[in-house]
Ligand binder design. Structure first.
Ligand code: AHG
Ligand code: MN
Ligand code: MN
Length: 337
């Protein structure tokens, strides 16, 4: 049995020059995740306990869970001191820490503190997604440029899924490992060593209500998924939760592709490159799969804005390659100016 903390320490010890900073940073994220998990688990009780009013029983203003999660991760990273700046979905601009310790931090983090937040009230799995980069600036406050790095420069990435059990899944480029929270002792225990996509996959996950707005290639791909062909295990199975973390996680375990394409209305799709697409793309590749924007690797996109969006397709290699083949064949100019 191995805990998350033990595993991170061991993994980082393999790097001869490792200072332990990344170990501490990942550990901080794990600790914040436990607080967020506790709050999520209590969410269903908020109505009966009166927490959902504007002001709760302690006389404090009640926070929405995504704001709470944002504050937990920012707080943990600020006090940890290894990270000098954060880009979060919840903040328009980067948060560059003012305190001296953080300003000497070597890393920057991009984070979606709560993914799938529209699913909270229906008790459906939600998540957190994070990316870790080395800062580019040498010292002082972290800058936006520090965060505008390509996914190929990622040092670590991961997600937490708050589901029927809570798991933290992460990679530092040496494979993907999953840890399940044992709530009775408050420890993440390694439960999914060296996670890989299965060789075969029969699930596709897409919001099909956008069908009429999809480019030809995606419409044709959906028809391809529906087609009866036992030699390729089709028709495929539709599964769509509407929480990317949960959809991605299930597909990683069971074998399936997650799709959030661009549409005629929104050619770049919905998902954010820095803290949704890139971290998941890194994990997908480390799990032996692929992640594409339709015409190539998500991780190679040069970011220009911390909140920019990208079409996103992630899953087993053969499934993502099929999407790229369709995009090239049927919609070669889609989304290109
Ligand atoms: P968030 O809750 O962080 O805003 O993210 C929601 C995202 C993602 O989790 C999910 O895959 C997608 O929105 C669902 O979008 P649709 O409702 O358009 O399918
Ligand atoms: Mn999200
Ligand atoms: Mn979010």
């Amino acid at each position: 049995m191995k805990t998350l903390t033990e595993f991170i320490i061991e993994e980082q010890a393999a790097f001869p020059n490792a200072s332990g900073d990344l170990t501490r940073l990942l550990n901080d994220i794990g600790i914040a995740a436990k607080f967020v998990n506790r709050e999520i688990n209590r969410a269903g009780l908020t109505n009966i306990m009166g927490y959902n009013d504007e002001v709760n029983v302690q006389g404090e203003a009640q926070k929405k869970l995504d704001v709470y999660a944002n504050e937990q991760f920012i707080g943990a990273l600020r006090s940890g001191g290894e990270c000098c700046a954060i880009a979060s979905e919840e903040n328009e601009k980067i948060i560059a820490f003012e305190n001296e310790k953080s300003q000497s931090g070597k890393y920057v983090v991009a984070i979606d503190p709560l993914d799938g937040s529209s699913n909270i009230e229906s008790n459906v799995s939600i998540g957190t997604v994070f990316s870790v980069y080395k800062r580019i600036s040498k010292s002082g406050k972290g800058t936006t440029t520090d965060l505008l790095q390509k996914g190929t420069d990622l040092i670590a990435a991961g997600y937490i899924i708050y589901g029927s059990s809570t798991m933290l899944v992460y990679t530092t480029g040496r494979g993907v490992n999953g840890f399940t929270l044992d709530p009775s002792v408050g420890l993440f225990i390694r439960s999914h060593p060296n996670m890989k996509y299965p060789d075969s996959g029969t699930i596709y996950s897409i919001n099909e209500s956008n069908y009429i707005y999809f480019p030809d290639a995606i419409q044709k791909y959906i028809q391809y998924c529906h087609f009866d062909d036992p030699t390729t295990n089709r028709p495929y199975i539709t599964r769509y939760i509407g929480s990317m973390v949960a959809d991605f996680h299930r597909n990683l375990i069971k074998g399936g592709i997650f799709l959030y394409p661009g549409t005629i209305k929104n050619p770049s799709g919905k998902l954010r490159l820095l803290y949704e697409c890139n971290p998941m793309a890194y994990i997908a590749e480390q799990a032996g799969g692929k992640a594409s924007h339709g015409f190539g690797r998500v991780l190679e996109i040069e970011p220009k804005d911390i909140h920019q969006r990208s079409p996103f397709f992630a899953g087993p290699t053969f499934m993502v390659e099929k999407i790229e083949e369709f995009m090239q064949k049927y919609s070669p100019d889609f989304g290109k100016k």
